[in-house]
Ligand binder design. Structure first.
Ligand SMILES: [Ca+2]
Ligand SMILES: [Ca+2]
Length: 336
């Protein structure tokens, strides 16, 4: 031990300094190591929190999506329920009005006084009495009302935004019976039809197939512009009335309705015009004196006045809803 005493004070202080430095460096290293560990832990924690947040976000997204899906489904169910309710109501209303129409066409239906009028009774063929409109020029013959079967009326749709001095006021009154010589029937049923352009929808056989429904499936659509459809009755008939249904789902007015009859399939020779509401001659077939009208389930009856003809041609040029030309059915009342 004594040996130490011989060491110089310088050496002793150097040892102390070295020891102090060592301790300092060790402390710094330890601190750095601690800090690095803490930083790693913080990073790990941050990573964990981030992952947790992502999971939560994912859960929230899925929950929202599920709620949206449920809402959409419920909306769809509710809307389709309302839609079918509306359709049912419209159908019932249509049936009622059709029944009333049919009953009113025959002023004195044979009902027992104590009986409640029903649809079935109203639809039964009643006796023919009361005021009626005879086909012009056939008075004095043995006349009877032509038999017209009306399709169901359509209710709903948007009101028409069209007015013109040549537009007839809408009437919900039934059409008075139309008188023609006994034995006059629809001679157009099932007869072949032609047109100025190929139909965009439906086919020409539907013009005379007896289906007069307002459903779009019952519709023939011809392109825009002046177009015509034409029926070949197959032989010459004495014609008393032409009855035409354009598209009658909702309110529409078809423009430039011109109806001609004749024996020339090309409609060049001896053409007779029985209806023309083209008041400004925009179709180029002459100025018409007849009125424009709003389509409905009753169709439009045109007096053919007993003209002999084999072909019937019907023109139109667009309507108040679009530029297309639509037909549902044409009936031609005549006899050989
Ligand atoms: Ca039809
Ligand atoms: Ca016109």
């Amino acid at each position: 031990m004594k040996q130490n005493d011989y060491r110089s004070p310088f050496a002793a202080s150097m040892v102390t300094l070295a020891a102090t430095l060592f301790v300092l460096v060790a402390a710094i290293l330890f601190t750095l190591h601690q800090q690095a560990q803490n930083a790693r832990k913080d990073a790990e924690e941050a990573q964990r929190v981030k992952a947790e947040l992502a999971t939560l976000q994912d859960k929230q997204d899925r929950a929202l999506e599920a709620i949206q899906q449920q809402l959409a489904q419920r909306l769809e169910e509710e809307s389709s329920r309302l839609h079918s309710m509306l359709e049912d109501n419209n159908r019932q209303l249509s049936q009622l009005v059709t029944a009333v129409d049919r009953q009113s066409e025959f002023p004195f239906p044979r009902l027992r006084k104590d009986a409640e009028p029903t649809v079935a009774q109203a639809e039964a063929p009643p006796p023919v009495q009361g005021p009626s409109v005879p086909s012009t020029d056939v008075q004095g013959e043995d006349l009877e009302p032509i038999k017209i079967e009306l399709p169901e009326a359509f209710f709903g749709g948007t009101p028409i935004e069209y007015w013109d001095a040549h537009l007839e006021t809408e009437s919900n009154k039934p059409r008075p019976p139309f008188l023609a010589p006994r034995g006059t029937v629809n001679v157009a049923k099932g007869k072949p039809a032609a047109s100025s352009a190929a139909p965009l929808q439906g086919d020409l056989a539907q013009l005379t197939d007896g289906d007069k429904d307002y459903n779009k499936r019952s519709l023939i659509e011809l392109p825009a512009g002046l177009q015509w459809v034409q029926i070949d009755l197959g032989a010459e008939y004495k014609l008393y009335a032409v009855l035409v249904w354009h598209f009658h789902e909702g309110k529409r007015v078809y423009h430039d309705i011109v109806v001609q009859v004749g024996n020339d399939a090309e409609f060049k020779d001896a053409v007779t015009t029985i209806y023309n509401n083209d008041f400004d001659d925009s179709a180029g077939l002459g100025v018409g004196q007849d009125m424009e009208y709003v389509e409905n389930h009753k169709g439009r009856l045109m007096d053919a006045k007993g003209i002999n003809a084999r072909y019937v041609r019907l023109y139109s040029q667009g309507n108040t809803a679009n530029d297309m030309n639509n037909y549902v059915e044409v009936e031609v009342f005549g006899m050989k």
